[in-house]
Design a protein around this ligand. Structure first.
Ligand code: KIV
Length: 288
């Protein structure tokens, strides 16, 4: 039987006993990182022990992504994820968080009905311990972003391949490849910026497009399969640890290859995002 008592082996630290070893990451700090040209390193986290490990390895932000529907629950998309699931996992991660900034996804259907519904569900995630909520899509989401920001809820937007729209997009395909699609994506990014989104995930798009959006967007852009000229990177933890079965997407690097432990793999990820060594566009990037 494995011994899972916290005192039996580090690194899980009970929140009441946490002694911060680095300054808490704040919105102010994230903006300063952009100004200073320091890349922001983000990974997904769904449970307390991985959150504690990621935090100790220096990950800047933890994302309780609705990718948990696929990598934790074994679904074939993120669509079945509910608010109840997100609150549960956000609470687990928040208990173990030390200095990292905590972002939680608003799941499919939790902000689609009205601004009021979005505010109510975002507030629920904030009460569960999130410091910022993430929502997918552009255009129709701008009024929602504005309402959340006006009510003191920091927002991360998400453009490009937005997995909650996988059926409308015809699969997990690269977005913004032709000129009209790229122009629309840039217009959506400008609207989200005007609405007050401070962070913007850019998923699965040509590197040049992500670079253009990153120049135009006043906040912090975070790429995943979008090249290296964003202000930071995010990966699904299970993907970069090669825990996810099946072929890995081109934009993922297996950080366990050559690593002595999970902590070592995560530290390498943070180091390589900070230095710009990950992603290598020739291996992990896409052209228009
Ligand atoms: O749900 C998630 O993990 C995400 C990231 C892939 C950006 O949205």
């Amino acid at each position: 039987m494995s011994n899972h008592h916290p005192s039996a082996g580090a690194p899980y630290v009970h929140p009441g006993a946490t002694v911060p070893t680095r300054k808490p990451v704040t919105l102010h700090r994230l903006r300063a990182m952009r100004e200073a040209g320091e890349n922001v390193a983000i990974l997904t986290a769904y449970d307390a022990s991985s959150a504690a490990l990621l935090d100790a390895a220096g990950v800047d932000c933890l994302l309780v992504g609705d990718s948990l529907g696929m990598v934790v629950q074994g679904r074939d998309s993120t669509l079945p994820v509910t608010m109840e699931h997100m609150v549960y996992h956000t609470t687990c991660v928040a208990r173990a968080r030390g200095a990292a900034w905590l972002i939680a996804d608003l799941p499919f259907g939790s902000y689609h009905e009205s601004v009021e519904q979005a505010v109510r569900n975002a507030a629920t995630l904030m009460r569960a311990g999130a410091q910022m909520v993430k929502l997918e899509g552009g255009g129709w989401t701008a009024p929602i972003v504005r309402a959340l920001v006006e009510r003191g809820i920091p927002v991360c937007a998400h453009l490009g391949l937005t997995p909650q729209s996988v059926h409308a997009l015809g699969g997990y395909r690269i977005q913004g490849r032709d000129a009209p699609a790229a122009a629309q994506l840039r217009a959506h990014a400008r609207e989200l910026d005007d609405a007050g989104a401070t962070m913007l995930v850019l998923e699965l798009m040509p590197s040049n497009l992500a670079a253009d959006v990153s120049t135009e967007f006043s906040g912090i852009t975070i790429g995943i399969g979008a090249g290296r000229r964003t202000h930071g990177q995010v990966l699904v933890l299970n993907d970069m640890l090669a825990l996810t079965p099946g072929a890995k997407p081109r934009f993922v690097r297996n950080f366990m290859a050559g690593a002595s432990s999970i902590a070592d793999a995560v530290s390498t990820y943070v180091r390589d995002v900070k230095s710009g060594a990950f992603p290598d566009e020739s291996l992990h990037g896409y052209e228009a």
